[in-house]
Each structure stands twice: as structure tokens, then as C-alpha cells.
Design a protein around this ligand. Structure first.
Ligand code: SF4
Ligand code: SF4
Length: 348
């Protein structure tokens, strides 16, 4: 069997055998279904309600690359704390989460500062992604130019096929893992590859139906939407029900803002980094007390400005992947699909 850049097949049982091997080197996380949702859980064995296909997990992938709360310095030392932790292997990652890397890489490694924690995780963590096997009603990835199957930024990708997966390597790291476990793989049959294309087309159709049903504008129409609507009353209108919980930021695979704070524990000092939210009142407040975005609608406008004006300018990407998480998470029912529709319509 030649594992070099070609489609292979692995049975579900063999795939779990491979995860059992990977467990020695990685902390393996895998989506497990609870009710109608999927949550990442540490992989112990295959006796769980594991779902590798289906759709994105509840939590965004970013949680494996910048932790919600992490220690970044101790006792005023300039040394980078080595937590001696195993790297993560994250299984079942979807294309909408992988697009988040384009934003996070810009912020944490391709910009004016190289974040050692992020870079270390990017180098060490393993991504075993998977095609979506259906869409849920909040999925609109295609409007943001993302197909519902991974095309880049993975080490290994899985396309569910009956009781197994069509597999492709996406990096030298992925190729090496397949090579090392070559006895678990076989060449994929032509019919399986054809079947993969058919399944992908079906999911694309489902996402297209969502886009059509909700009249969601596509990214080709987003140019200057913020500039044109900067003084619009729609910001105040949309922000009316916001309760400033920050869920839209924390759940988003592209949001990345953080807060640094120091904590004293007996005679030891520690600097911690936690996820922050630009929707929270004091996010932009400066030491003298002035706040450039004191009103909630200004903060909502800023959130959209960052996603649809700032990031396309600095990193050539809209900082939204169409994952739909913020639509489900917002207790105020503020719906990004509807806001985009209003922005493109350019209401006064
Ligand atoms: S803004 Fe909403 S739909 Fe877009 S990537 Fe973030 S959570 Fe997903
Ligand atoms: S999730 Fe909704 S209510 Fe919470 S801060 Fe975001 S827009 Fe406001």
C-alpha cells in the first residue's frame, strides 16, 4: 500500500486501534453526542456515543489552542512556563473550525508578536478532521466561502463511509502517522472515492438550502458593508435585546481577544490570560476611565467591524466561518445572518 497523498480506507475498529496508539503520545479528544449536540470529550475507548461525522461540536476548536484561562508567567520570570503537557489530538474537527486558524494565525504568529503558547500548540497538536455528513439549520459556511468538508489545515481527514472512513493525509505529520500505522489502512476503492464526492454534494445542497431559505448574503456582497452602514440605526436596533453575556465571542472559532491579569497566591505571583469579550462594557475602557465604546450598540458595531472590515483589510479574510454557533448561543436571539442581510441591504 502506498500512503503517499492518496485516498486510503480505514475501518472504524482499526481507526480506534490507531487512536489507542496515539493516546500514548497525545491527549486525544473526540466528539461525543449528548442529546442533539456534540461535545469534545477525552477519548478513553470506543465505548461512548462517539460521532466523527455529523456537524461541528458545540465548543470551538480554538479552545485547544488558546485555553479559556491559562498561566503565562510565574514569579516575574521571563521564562516561558513549560507545562510538560501532552499535545492534543483533536478528532472530528470540521472545516468551519479550521478556517478559524487563518484569523488566529494572523493574531498569534504572523503579526507583530509571536505568541509562544499558541505557536507551541500549533506545532505539536494534531488535527484529525472530518467531513460534515449533514447540515443543521444554523450552518451557512458556504456563504463565507467554506465548503462543509476540510480542504486544508488538517493532518488527517476522514470521510465517513459505512463502517469506516476514506482517509487522506494533509501534512507530513499526518503522513508519518499513517505510515507508522500502515497495517490498519488499505487503499480506498474507486467506488468509495466516488461515494465521498456524492456525500459531499448532498451536504453542500443542504447548506445551500439553508442559505436560500434565510436569504443569507454571500461574502462577495460584503465589501464596504460596515463603512456604508456605520451611522445606521440598525446597530441600536439590533443591540436592544443584548444582555452583554459575551457568549457570541467565546463560542466563536475566530474571536481571540484576551485579558491579562496578575494573581497572588501566598508569596507567589502568577500572570494569567483569559478569554475576553468585546461586547462587555469595560472591554475598551482605559486606565483614566474613558471608554470609547460606552454604549452597547457601539460594541455590537465594533464586533461586526472587526469581522467584516478589519480582518479582510489586515489578513484578507472575513473573521466569520458561517458555523452558526453565535446564532444558537445568543440568549437575545441576535442573529448574524439577519444582521448581514440588513447590512447588505444598506438600510437607512
Ligand atoms: S461570527 Fe458566529 S457564525 Fe461567524 S464564525 Fe463566529 S460564531 Fe460562527
Ligand atoms: S451572545 Fe447575544 S446577548 Fe450575549 S453579548 Fe453576544 S449579542 Fe449580546
Amino acid at each position: 500500500m502506498n500512503t503517499d497523498k492518496k485516498e486510503l480506507y480505514i475501518s472504524r475498529d482499526n481507526f480506534f486501534r490507531m487512536l489507542d496508539v496515539l493516546k500514548n503520545e497525545y491527549e486525544v479528544y473526540i466528539p461525543v453526542k449528548k442529546g442533539e449536540k456534540r461535545f469534545y470529550k477525552k477519548y478513553v475507548d470506543s465505548n461512548d456515543n462517539i460521532v466523527i461525522g455529523e456537524v461541528r461540536a458545540f465548543e470551538p476548536l480554538k479552545a485547544f489552542f488558546t485555553e479559556a484561562r491559562e498561566s503565562v508567567a510565574k514569579d516575574f520570570s521571563a521564562e516561558i512556563p513549560d507545562k510538560k503537557e501532552k499535545p492534543y489530538a483533536v478528532v472530528g474537527v470540521k472545516a468551519c473550525d479550521l478556517k478559524g486558524f487563518k484569523v488566529h494565525d494572523h493574531v498569534f504568529q504572523n503579526h507583530d508578536y509571536n505568541d509562544p503558547f499558541y505557536i507551541r500548540k500549533r506545532q505539536r497538536n494534531l488535527i484529525i478532521s472530518a467531513d460534515c455528513t449533514f447540515a443543521i439549520d444554523t450552518c451557512f459556511c458556504l456563504a463565507l466561502g467554506v465548503n462543509p468538508y476540510p480542504e486544508r489545515d488538517f493532518d488527517i481527514n476522514l470521510s465517513q463511509m459505512g463502517e469506516g472512513f476514506v482517509v487522506i493525509a494533509g501534512s507530513p505529520k499526518g503522513e508519518a502517522i499513517i505510515e507508522k500505522n500502515a497495517q490498519l489502512f488499505e487503499d480506498a476503492k474507486k467506488e468509495q472515492v466516488a461515494q465521498r464526492a456524492k456525500k459531499r454534494t448532498n451536504v453542500v445542497r443542504e447548506v445551500e438550502e439553508n442559505i436560500k431559505k434565510n436569504s443569507i448574503p454571500r461574502q462577495e456582497s460584503y465589501k464596504d458593508i460596515i463603512k456604508k452602514n456605520y451611522e445606521s440605526s440598525l446597530w441600536e436596533d439590533e443591540a436592544k435585546t443584548c444582555v452583554e453575556c459575551g457568549a457570541c465571542n467565546t463560542i466563536c472559532p475566530t474571536c481571540h481577544c484576551f485579558l491579562l491579569y496578575d494573581q497572588k497566591d501566598k508569596d507567589k505571583m502568577e500572570r494569567l490570560r483569559i478569554w475576553d469579550s468585546c461586547m462587555i462594557k469595560d472591554f475598551a475602557r482605559v486606565a483614566g476611565g474613558a471608554n470609547p465604546r460606552s454604549k452597547l450598540w457601539m460594541r455590537l458595531r465594533n464586533r461586526f467591524e472587526k469581522k467584516f472590515d478589519f480582518f479582510p483589510k489586515v489578513a484578507d479574510v472575513y473573521a466569520c466561518t458561517g458555523c452558526g454557533r453565535c446564532v444558537s448561543a445568543c440568549p437575545a436571539k441576535i442573529d448574524i445572518r439577519k444582521v448581514l442581510k440588513r447590512l447588505v441591504k444598506h438600510e437607512k
